[in-house]
Design a protein around this ligand. Structure first.
Ligand code: ADP
Ligand code: ZN
Ligand code: ZN
Length: 733
């Protein structure tokens, strides 16, 4: 029995990021385990705060001076042994604190003390039913019998107008019974069965390969519509047969009702669904269902990787190339790396899937570290869509100033006439993305962010897309007073409006951040389009992946260049992925699909190769650029991003830091230090932003050294300067 505990206390401060030793009083000996949540006195005032036990020992120095643990949360240990290991690795790998790691692994509901969201549901007790019962009670009994175990007292009372006192009397006489049931709000809906399909040859060979191999890392490179979901489901099924558990990860934005619908329709209600829109209570519920072994399958966004399964058989990461698998708040973990760590710790399989694999992972396949499984055909025999490119410079020469090229206009008209559906994609929301004065050149920018404001015609306001701040839309230039205020650039709202003008009879719906703020609006739009309540769906990257609508025959990419012009070494890769994915929405039914891509850069290789669906050629070109430039996978990038409201202080300190880094690391010729320089987004939410990039061979030891230099150099200004360290950030903006 251990007498001392090593505890991480629940306090954010970076200087407290260490394990504190506490004595275990006799009454708690044996009750405190590794991973327990405890209450401990802390600081000079001995304030009682939460802590987490990461170590236990029998001996320690100076035991007489130790403070003692006050109490322990006895119901269960909140962190498993394996996760303690994971926390230690993550803390080193992502240069963050113990506490930050703990907080991604356990739901905040535990710390906040949110009790299980259980509900007392009412059941009938058939054995005690008695024919001589008063009519009034008989009636109530039969109502509840029809809704057995579905509602609580108060719900029954409200829904069926039953008096609470009658229910209570019936409970007292044991005609009714109550049972605490953890309620899963997502399971209230019934899902129609999603019948298993007979796998085609390509699909079944992929499944056989994965299950039969003694390797545990796979990448399925399958064209859009190749039936990857069906493969995942087959794998999950095998796991269930072998009493193993599965995690299916999908990008946040493609956690579409469709995916959930399919999984629930196949595996029943007993799968956990986990994503960022859940409330603290809901997350806690789902986490507990996993912890208690009540579910064997979870589907969710990146944080679902940490769900406390005990006997994991497989982790699937769909659309593995997506940015959203990289967390941008501490710990800045990469979900794929965590998944791989888990596979090693728990001995399970990791399956990545994509129609457009990330350059980094494809490279690992070619090196033999990951098994590559390729599918070249669509699962249901549908043809790949026919793709046309339109050079928008030519349209201008033809004096067509509309946002639709002649070709796209014609195809929209055709599809509408044939009662087929259309998806129009533009990766920018709002109406106009840039408002400026033609006379003096003044640009309307956010006061807090130094970023051009976007005009929203619905509501008639200007909005900053970084901080969300809204401004009145002015007709007069605030600088020179002229009324030559002009709106440039197009967003999804403008596309919607243009459709109204050009195709007044078409029914249009729009899916972007603005139309999906409400909790179920995403699902609503999806269902409406699926049910044919609209002809045209306009949207941002939210519509680019996952959606499988059989009646969509035309996909229009309004401006393929948007993501191309970002100053980021991944911009070519991102453009290739977006066009391929969004084009993949077309022609998934019996009729052949068409994709029209409008661009000002038809010669660009990202655009060119995505048109002919030639991933390999694109990869070849891209990997050689990466090699020449020394970008990942040939190097790592460690970004040191400092931000502050005080620009002078920020500049002074980052310059000082750069000197220190250069001095300390000058012997290391495997890395280069770039900067300091202002970030491209040089001010966000009143904070000025500067960065230093370190590029090259960066291992854990070097990263830790850098971390220490940074925190050492800046310790006087912790309160005024925010520090963010990120290894291989998803973007460098
Ligand atoms: P992906 O995720 O690879 O883009 P999906 O999983 O959405 O593709 O599958 C595309 C379509 O093919 C879906 O409508 C799916 O129901 C269908 N499908 C998948 N496997 C088969 C099969 N073996 N036979 C017939 N249809 C299939
Ligand atoms: Zn002006
Ligand atoms: Zn702003």
């Amino acid at each position: 029995m251990f007498k001392y505990a090593g505890v991480i206390v629940n306090n954010q401060s970076i200087s407290l990021d260490k394990i504190f030793t506490y004595g275990i009083p006799d009454k708690l000996i044996g009750k405190i385990k590794l991973g327990s949540m405890v209450k401990v006195p802390f600081g000079r005032g001995n304030k009682i705060i939460d802590g987490f036990v990461l170590q236990l020992y029998n001996e320690c120095e100076n035991p007489s001076r130790l403070k003692e643990v006050v109490s322990v949360f006895e119901e269960f240990t909140v962190i498993s042994d394996k996760d303690i290991k994971l926390i230690e690795i993550m803390r080193e790998k992502y240069l963050c604190t113990y506490l930050e790691c703990i907080k991604v692994i356990i739901p905040t509901g535990i710390i906040k003390g949110i009790s299980k969201k259980s509900k007392e549901l009412i059941y009938v007790n058939n054995e005690l039913y008695d024919e001589t019962l008063k009519d009034n009670y008989k009636q109530i009994y039969s109502i509840i019998q029809n809704n057995n175990g579905m509602y609580s007292k108060s719900e029954l009372s409200k829904l069926f107008n039953i008096s609470l006192s009658s229910i209570n009397t019936m409970i007292k006489h044991k005609l009714l019974s109550t049972e605490d049931t953890i309620v899963d709000r997502f399971n209230t809906k019934d899902y129609s069965e999603y019948k298993p399909k007979i796998l085609n040859e390509e699909q079944s060979s992929v499944v056989k390969n994965i299950l039969g191999s003694n390797k545990n890392l796979f990448l399925i490179h399958g064209v859009t519509g190749s039936g990857k979901t069906e493969i995942y489901m087959n794998l999950v099924n095998e796991m269930i047969k072998n009493e193993k558990e599965s995690i299916i990860l999908v990008p946040e934005i493609s956690l579409t009702p469709q995916m959930v619908e399919r999984f629930k329709g196949r595996f029943g209600k007993n799968i956990a669904v986990f994503h960022s829109r859940l409330s603290d209570g809901e997350r806690y519920d789902e986490w507990l269902r996993v912890k208690n072994g009540r579910v064997k399958v979870a589907i969710g966004a990146r944080s679902a990787i940490f769900l406390p399964f005990r006997n994991l058989g497989i982790i699937v990461i769909d659309e593995e190339h997506e940015n959203s698998y990289k967390s941008d708040s501490d710990p800045k973990y990469n979900t794929l790396e965590i998944a791989e760590l888990k596979c090693n710790l728990e001995g399970c399989k990791l399956v990545l899937g994509s129609a457009t694999p990330s350059i980094e992972n494809y490279y690992r396949c070619l090196k033999g570290e990951v098994q590559l499984l390729t599918i070249n055909n669509r699962a249901d025999g549908a043809d790949m869509p026919e793709v046309h490119i339109v050079d928008m410079r030519q349209e201008l020469l033809k004096n067509n100033k509309s946002i639709f090229s002649e070709k796209l206009y014609e195809e929209i008209e055709n599809a509408l006439n044939n009662k087929e559906q259309i998806i129009l994609f533009l990766n920018r929301r709002g109406f106009s993305t840039f408002v400026s004065c033609r006379k003096c050149g003044f640009v309307f920018k956010c006061l807090d962010c130094d970023i051009a404001l976007t005009y929203h015609s619905k509501g008639d306001f200007l909005e900053c897309h970084y901080c969300g701040k809204r401004y009145k839309a002015l007709k007069v230039c605030p600088k020179c007073g002229s009324n030559y205020v002009k709106y440039f650039g197009i967003g999804t709202e403008k596309v919607e409006e243009e459709i109204k003008v050009k195709f007044p009879n078409a029914r249009t719906i729009r899916m972007d951040f603005d139309t999906t703020r409400k909790k179920n609006s995403h699902e609503q739009i999806y269902n409406d389009f699926k049910d044919g309540k609209a002809d045209i769906l306009v949207g941002t990257q939210m519509i680019a992946k996952g959606l499988d609508f059989k009646n969509v025959t035309l996909v229009g990419v309004i401006a393929a260049d948007i993501s191309l012009n970002l100053p980021d070494f991944r911009s070519g890769e991102k453009t290739f992925q977006l066009i391929t994915q969004v084009g993949g929405r077309a022609g998934r039914g019996k009729k052949k699909g068409k994709v029209i891509v409008q661009t000002y850069n038809p010669e660009n290789s990202s655009i060119k190769y995505s048109l002919i669906n030639d991933y390999k050629s694109f990869y070849k070109e891209e990997i050689s650029i990466r090699e020449n430039m020394g970008y990942p996978p040939f190097s790592k990038i460690l970004s040191i991003n400092l931000s502050s409201k005080n620009e002078q202080l920020l500049i002074k300190n980052i310059q000082l830091l750069a000197i220190k880094l250069n001095n300390n690391l000058k012997e290391n010729d495997k890395i280069g230090i770039l900067g300091p320089s202002p970030c491209l987004l040089s001010k966000i939410k009143e904070y000025f932003r500067w960065q230093i990039l370190i590029k090259g061979e960066i291992d854990n030891i070097l990263a830790l050294k850098v971390k220490n230099i940074v925190y050492d150099c800046l310790q006087e200004v912790y309160n005024d300067i925010r520090i963010s360290l990120d290894i291989n950030p998803s973007n460098l903006l």
